[in-house]
Design a binder for this molecule. Structure first.
Ligand code: TYM
Length: 328
């Protein structure tokens, strides 16, 4: 059976971009594959985190996984820091990566642009991500479009290891949705929707209450013109809203386009808000129930135990091939 792995950082509030680009696919893939879904807390600390906020966000992302439909009897759900082999293979991958490769990563360029004090962790971040994936010899990695370059680097590092130490790592393939791989910001159709945007009106958080969702959608920037048409090149903002509609309604983009053909933005936005609210409300209810039940910690403990069993074996083989003396 093929292995699937992915992760989300516990930094800020998860958005509908994270849901559409990633979590929704995790939920589908768990039925067919051997799955590992992490909360990547070691990645989150590449920018400064308040300890209490990190603890809260880590448990919250795990609870959102469950609320969105991930089932611990089908998928391993765990925190990256609970499986220490991630950090160890992360170091090994750092030694295989070159400065030039890491400098070319657009996420690093974006996150470090204009900053005087850029943490070294932010720079070597993709080597840790490669370790996450290779530690389970994952075949498929469901992610949004912005992670594609990191996946390519992972493939290069796997090939480099295999070339030097003998064929061992699987070349992982990205699993990127055809529609919704890049949900754009509500205030600017040229920027990705992001949980770290200081303008909270630019994204819809998965835990936003219905009235907040309605307000954010009604205020979303729309392109000049007045008619609802899917045309990403000329009407990026309306096209983005149509993509969101399609993802929450289960309709194809063509169906959405024909449903709203000739209609004005205002009416469309009202219907969009109701579709998003109807999609998120049950998830929010489940989220609050799960948090109250206190079950998250146990699920994470079990998930980490299962993950560690596999990670230990793979790391032992990697170290043996590289020439580390065994401890016993
Ligand atoms: P992160 O935490 O930034 O985002 C989590 C996932 O959500 C997707 N995503 C989006 N998809 C569509 N539209 C958007 N606006 C949008 N914003 C975010 C991301 O593509 C991602 O799939 N480096 C990763 C975390 C990571 C990881 C891994 C992923 C660490 N180790 C191993 C896969 C495998 C990240 O920062 O994602």
């Amino acid at each position: 059976m093929k292995t699937v792995l992915s992760g989300i950082q516990p930094s800020g509030l998860l958005t509908i971009g994270n849901y559409i680009g990633a979590i929704k696919n995790f939920v589908q893939l768990q039925n067919e594959y051997n799955c590992y879904f992490m909360v990547v807390d070691l990645h989150a600390i590449t920018v400064a985190q308040e300890p209490e906020a990190l603890r809260e966000a880590s448990e919250s992302v795990a609870a959102l996984y469950l609320a969105a439909g991930l089932d611990p009897s089908k998928a391993n759900i765990f925190l990256q820091s609970h499986v220490p082999q991630h950090a160890e293979l992360g170091w090994i991958m750092t030694t295989l990566a070159s400065m030039g490769e890491l400098e070319r990563m657009t996420q690093f360029k974006d996150k470090s642009a204009g900053k005087e004090n850029v943490g070294a962790g932010l720079f070597v971040y993709p080597a840790l991500m490669a370790a996450d994936i290779l530690l389970y010899n994952a075949d498929l990695v469901p992610v949004g479009d912005d992670q594609k370059q990191h996946l390519e680097l992972t493939r290069d590092l796997a090939a480099r290891f295999n070339h030097r130490f003998g064929d061992y790592f699987t070349q992982p393939d990205p699993f990127i949705p055809e529609v919704g791989a890049r949900i754009m910001s509500l205030d600017d159709g040229t920027k990705k929707m992001s949980k770290s945007n200081p303008n909270t009106g630019s994204y819809i958080a998965l835990l936003d209450p219905p009235d907040v969702i309605r307000k954010k959608i009604s205020r979303a920037t729309t392109d000049s013109g007045r008619e609802v048409q899917y045309d990403p090149a000329n009407k990026p903002e309306v096209s983005n809203l149509m993509t969101i509609y399609s993802q929450f309604s289960g309709m194809t983009l063509a169906e959405v386009a024909s449903k709203f053909e000739g209609q004005m933005y205002g009416g469309f936005k009202k219907e969009l808000a109701e579709v998003v609210v109807a999609g998120l409300e049950p998830m929010q209810q489940r989220y609050h129930d799960i948090r109250k039940s206190g079950e998250v910690r146990d699920i994470l403990r079990q998930g980490a135990q299962n993950a560690q069993a596999k990670a230990e074996n793979i790391l032992a083989e990697v170290k043996q091939r590289m020439g580390f003396l065994p401890a016993s």
